[in-house]
Write a protein that binds this ligand. Structure first.
Ligand SMILES: [Zn+2]
Length: 326
């Protein structure tokens, strides 16, 4: 019996794929980032991912038999038991057994999970270490994703769609969301929403730190937002504050329903300006939550960043260890 001490974790996005190799002590010993292109179809993406994993193996001089599992986080609805993707809009994939497609390239067991769930599993196991029994994870990036844990266990829901906080309607007839509906949470408080409002204002009157973005299609990324906050740019602060207000209110409603003990915030926007946002989110939360439901809650920012999903692979492999031994 060969000891399988290593694990490969993957954060699979529509434009880039992050792969990492972890050793038995849960240390990341190698990383590889490759570009991909969702518009070229699912088989192209499968091939790109398989190529990246092969390269990671070659570069680290490991054999397939050294690897316990390949754990992949996918932005979409994923059935981790069957390996099927229901819908992954950013990847242009619907009803496709992604696990089988990847497994054809390797003799290593493959597991897939929703990317936000995988990130949350990483934070729960490697940052919180037992803190938080009933918790919610909210990742504020381009959009907003969520994951739920009840009694310390991840809650995936009936069709593995649980946690889709970004598409809760928080403002009827509000701004159009990428999902086709109007007034979704992420259409009001995700990065694209914050940036949309900033650009609208800059178009009327270009001034301040972000003035250069007033014309043209250059996107305002999280880094630019961080700089604007650092320089106390009034336009950026105004729209980030609005987002904080919406986030606090939405988290308050969820806490009133679920009586959570912990909310963890993460994602690109939180990584960049979370320090500024957290007190504002907390104050709106306090304003709207039902007192008894929100009394013992902690709201924190995660420090794991991009590595959350990578560490999540360890927890996923552990949860599905029976499937790996078959
Ligand atoms: Zn939506």
């Amino acid at each position: 019996m060969v000891s399988k001490n290593y694990l490969i974790s993957v954060d699979f996005g529509g434009t880039k794929i992050l792969t990492a190799l972890l050793d038995s002590k849960h240390k990341i010993i190698a990383r590889l980032k490759v570009a991909t292109d969702a518009s070229r179809g699912k088989m192209f993406m499968v091939k790109t991912l398989a190529g990246a994993i092969q390269k990671l193996l070659e570069e680290s001089k490991l054999k397939e038999t050294d690897i316990k599992a390949i754990c992949i986080g996918i932005p979409g609805s994923v059935n981790p038991y069957t390996g099927e993707i229901g819908t992954a809009p950013n990847l242009g994939i619907t009803n496709f057994n992604f696990r089988e497609a990847i497994a054809k390239y390797f003799s290593i067991p493959v597991l897939i999970e929703n990317d936000v769930n995988l990130g949350a599993l990483g934070v729960v196991n490697f940052e919180l270490k037992g803190q938080g029994k009933n918790s919610m994870f909210v990742f504020v990036g381009t959009g907003i994703g969520g994951a739920l844990f009840f009694d310390g266990k991840i809650y995936r829901g009936t069709n593995n769609f649980a946690g889709e906080i970004g598409h809760m309607i928080v403002q009827p007839n509000g701004p159009l969301c990428g999902c086709g509906k109007k007034g979704c949470f992420e259409a009001l408080a995700g990065r694209l929403a914050i940036v949309r409002e900033i650009k609208k204002e800059l178009k009327k009157k270009p001034k301040g730190v972000l003035k250069q973005y007033a014309t043209g299609k250059k996107p305002i990324k999280s880094k630019a937002l961080a700089l604007a906050v650092k320089k106390r740019d009034p336009i950026a602060l105004k729209h980030i504050d609005n987002a904080c207000h919406t986030i606090g209110q939405t988290l308050a409603n969820i806490t009133t329903l679920l009586n959570l003990d912990l909310i963890v915030l993460g994602g690109g926007v939180i990584e960049a300006v979370g320090k500024y946002m957290l007190p504002k989110i907390k104050s709106s939360f306090k304003e709207f939550v039902m007192k008894d439901s929100g009394r013992n809650i902690k709201i924190i920012n995660t420090a794991l960043g991009d590595d959350a999903a990578i560490y999540g692979g360890i927890a996923l492999a552990d949860e599905f260890k029976d499937m790996l031994e078959k």
